[in-house]
Design a protein around this ligand. Structure first.
Ligand code: ZN
Ligand code: MN
Length: 484
């Protein structure tokens, strides 16, 4: 659907994003190791995160600092005094039967309020308002033999229980699924530039989306695990609601689950009311006082943020704004770019290579630059080989793909696959002779019309798999024609 078609639907989308602060060494309220991925179940647990009677939580100071950093990056107002609340619900992934979280009502004050992010599109700028940021603990994980419905057993792993989450809640300001995706990409880039999380880790960024059409009931979609999926899930939900509306049906207020394999949403439950959670202040934790000195000192030590980096790329490398924005939206890609440009000082050329061929291969392989097998030094070597004429620009594209798949050096691949450029006059002459022998008509055409030489050059290139040096080939063909 075009933006205009979407506008007619009166779409309102709000997001709630849970981000694990994966750069923290320990959990939010205990000293357990936070690096739980790939660990056997229930390795990193203690009486606090298991919710054993008599255990007392204490707040991870670094987590508070990280949350303040994100709040400042999103132009939010950092609270001078913030409180933890209990969100009660009975579920096996929550050992205490409540989650220590924050609340913005009934006297609760989350760590940061308000804020905004500006999204830039070709035709317009869009301001997305942030409602609040809150700190809370992640629940554990439940896994099943097969599916949730067929499994006779549920397995509980509390390694994740108590991991620090920061929840970012936005106003329902998004009017298209694309805006939601770009917001999440930019949020991820901000978080990674701040150095507070690595969001390429599985499950480290999870998103719930509220969506309503035509001013009707709001539907919440849970369990969206990537920014690409957010756009897909919202698109699927728009089509579903549009169809109901068209046929005069009622759009129910409910919570739906996004199934990324089936590419559609399913009813999960009708929405519980907020009072069901019986929020009340966490009696085991004192309010946290955040002094203005602390905020100032964090602000002064903030790393470079994406918007500043985009401006620096434009100034320092003379890149068009579009290039700078594409590179910086993924921190690892921007880092790779700068690693290359440090040693290969043709910034626009490098950006062209990254934005076209490199990114296309990453998309096809569905990986990020960090997971690909290519390193900056090998990429620089490839560019140098083109400059020296050792390989052609066209074949370099193929070599790049093989580099990304195999991790081999460009020269190694070029030799192995016979992709080196042929500069040897004798060898090129052999290819020319073959073409002249098999295409007498084209030869006589070229004798009459110099423009027809291009065809012969093309045939030689084709026969040599694009390896013959085109300039030498051109020159030798002209000489050969003159002799006839
Ligand atoms: Zn613990
Ligand atoms: Mn939450």
């Amino acid at each position: 659907m075009s933006r205009q078609e979407l506008e007619q639907l009166g779409i309102k989308i709000g997001l709630e994003i849970h981000i694990q602060l994966t750069k923290l060494k320990t959990k939010l309220f205990c000293g357990c190791n936070a690096d739980y991925r790939d660990m056997p179940p229930n390795t990193y647990v203690c009486p606090v995160c298991l919710g054993l009677p008599g255990s007392l939580p204490s707040v991870n100071k670094k987590a508070v600092e990280f949350a303040i950093m994100l709040g400042l990056a999103l132009n939010s107002k950092i609270s001078n005094k913030t409180l933890f609340y209990r969100k009660n619900y009975f579920y096996p992934d929550m050992p205490k039967n409540f989650q220590i979280s924050q609340y913005n009502k009934a006297g609760g004050v989350p760590i940061a309020l308000g804020g905004q992010m500006i999204l830039k599109f070709k035709e317009y700028d869009k301001r997305i308002n942030i409602t609040r940021l809150q700190l809370e603990e992640d629940p554990g994980r439940i896994s099943y033999d097969g599916t949730i419905l067929s499994s006779p057993i549920a397995y509980i792993d509390y390694n994740r229980a108590g991991i620090t989450l920061i929840e970012v809640v936005t106003e329902p300001d998004f009017e298209t699924p694309e805006e939601a995706r770009i917001f999440l990409q930019k949020l991820r880039s901000i978080v990674e530039h701040l150095g507070i999380a690595d969001l390429s880790l599985e499950g480290s960024m999870r998103c719930d989306a509220n969506i309503s059409l035509y001013g009707k009931n709001r539907v919440e979609i849970k369990n969206i695990s990537s920014y690409k999926d957010v756009q897909a899930a919202l698109n699927a939900e728009i089509i579903r609601q549009k169809n109901i509306y068209k046929h005069g049906g009622e759009i129910k207020q409910e919570t739906r689950h996004w199934d990324s394999d089936k590419k559609r949403t399913f009813t999960l439950r009708t929405k519980e009311e907020e009072q069901d959670y019986r929020y009340f202040p966490e009696p085991d934790l004192l309010p946290i006082e955040i002094s203005s000195e602390m905020i100032t000192s964090i602000e002064e030590n903030m790393p470079e943020l994406p918007d500043d980096r985009i401006n620096r790329f434009i100034k320092e490398y003379k890149l068009p704004r579009y290039d700078a924005e594409v590179l910086v939206i993924t921190k690892s890609l921007a880092d790779f770019y700068e690693d290359v440009v440090k040693k290969y000082q043709k910034p626009k050329e490098v950006s062209n290579w990254i934005m076209s061929d490199l990114m296309r291969h990453l998309n096809t392989l569905n990986i990020e630059i960090n997971d690909s097998k290519i390193c900056a030094d090998d990429f620089i070597e490839l560019l140098n080989l083109i400059d020296k004429g050792t390989i052609s620009g066209k074949l370099a594209k193929r070599i790049l793909q093989l580099m990304m798949e195999s991790g081999k050096k460009p020269m190694e691949i070029a030799k192995e696959k016979g992709l080196l450029r042929i500069n040897d006059l004798k060898k090129i002459q052999e290819f020319i002779n073959k073409v002249f022998n098999t295409q007498p008509k084209a030869v006589s055409d070229a004798k009459k019309d110099p423009k027809a030489i291009h065809f012969l050059v093309g045939q030689v290139m084709k026969l040599s798999n694009g390896r013959c040096d085109p300039q030498i080939t051109n020159k030798l063909i002209k000489e050969a024609l003159n002799k006839i």
